[in-house]
Design a protein around this ligand. Structure first.
Ligand code: PNS
Length: 163
């Protein structure tokens, strides 16, 4: 049984994340999407809302058999050990992403022997980031080209309540 984790802040989940999750789900027997709290980033949505939107986005995209969890109790590799995951999967959009991700991948391998696999982002989503989506949403712009429909609906000022 090959098990992997796709971790991230997912604040909010984007079409780029969804693409990576869908591709990773085909490579592993079991996949966990892990929503983490990143204290270095100021959050738009709370962790429970992010988890709910990831679940709804997976359902909307017809991606099945993926566990969605949250984690704030320690290292990412502690979660990997808990669920018997041998790999972390991340998307790579650019050389900047590679420079940011490489030290984390090496530390996670040092800490627990967990490998990190990088899936190259599709050109259609390689400019999409949660931080840009947060900024566009905060200033009243249309985020629908970048996020699943359920997320766009949740971020619209006149949309359904986020709570
Ligand atoms: O979507 P993000 O914010 O770029 O995701 C970053 C994330 C969640 C992968 C990173 O913050 C992380 O791994 N957090 C867990 C804490 C940890 O294990 N740190 C030490 C190893 S780098």
């Amino acid at each position: 049984m090959r098990i992997a984790v796709v971790p991230g802040s997912f604040d909010p989940v984007t079409l780029g994340h969804l693409d990576v999750i869908g591709r990773a789900a085909k490579l592993f027997d079991r996949l966990h999407v892990l929503v983490t709290h990143n204290p270095a980033k100021s959050a738009l949505l709370d962790v429970d809302q992010r988890v709910r939107l990831v679940r709804d986005a997976l359902a909307e995209a017809g991606i099945e058999g993926v566990e969605v969890d949250s984690w704030s109790e320690g290292l990412l590799v502690d979660y990997c050990r808990r669920v018997d995951a041998e790999a972390i999967v991340k998307g790579l959009r650019s050389a900047t992403d590679a420079a940011y991700e490489t030290p984390m991948a090496l530390v996670n391998r040092d800490l627990a022997g967990v490998e990190t696999l990088f899936l190259v982002a599709q050109p259609a989503t390689s400019h999409v980031s949660s931080s840009l989506v947060r900024q566009v949403a905060a200033l009243g712009g249309d985020v629908s080209p970048y996020v699943p429909r359920v997320v766009a609906a949740a971020l619209q000022p006149e949309g359904p309540a986020r709570g």
